[in-house]
Design a protein around this ligand. Sequence first.
Ligand code: PRP
Ligand code: URA
Length: 210
Amino acid sequence: MSEKPFIADHPLIQHKVTLLRDKNTGSKEFRELIQEITELLCYEATRDLPTCEVEVETPIAITHSRVIAGRKLAFVPILRAGIGMVDGAIELVPAAKVGHIGLFRDPETLKPVEYYCKMPGDIHERDVIVLDPMLATGGSAIDAINQIREFHPKSIKFMCIIAAPEGLNALQQAHPDVQIYCASLDERLNEHGYIVPGLGDAGDRIFGTK
Ligand code: PRP
Ligand code: URA
């Protein structure tokens, strides 16, 4: 049994995703929206972090209150487009370390081509959240998680902005233990492997290439 994916239904996320989809949204605003949506998704993806009680003195009284119990996180963006999500994630969890996986999707075969992998040295002590705005066929996410598994992290989650049903199913089949968080589950892939309605090419829109 695979983990049930988290598909956001929060009005703030829906509003920001609509602005992202708009082809007239320029790179500056696109980057800001990706960052904001990532922060909101991170809020959900960190909901199960354990806490412990500590003593704290307020200006009024001494009390007991909770803090995060030393759980270590690492974010791993899939290059390039995943880089757009790092600032939002780090904003919420400043102590997290960051690994990088370089992959691009061959435009003919749609298969992932690996070109870079660098993980924090203590990744085996960390819970990993993989970041990539787009889950299309799922090939890139599956390959990235295969690579990350070789470093034996404590757990792996996957966070994206837009998922296609095809990619969601493929990722769940390949890695049933990986909890998926996404801002929108779209209709389908087109004949070129792009998500419909989607938002186009995330990397190009973040970095202003094309
Ligand atoms: C995009 C996206 C994912 C991948 C998704 O990257 O950021 O990594 O495609 O497609 P898939 O689920 O079918 O594998 P792309 O290959 O365009 O590279 P880029 O981020 O360098 O632009
Ligand atoms: N990669 C993207 O950037 N967009 C898609 O729709 C599919 C893959």
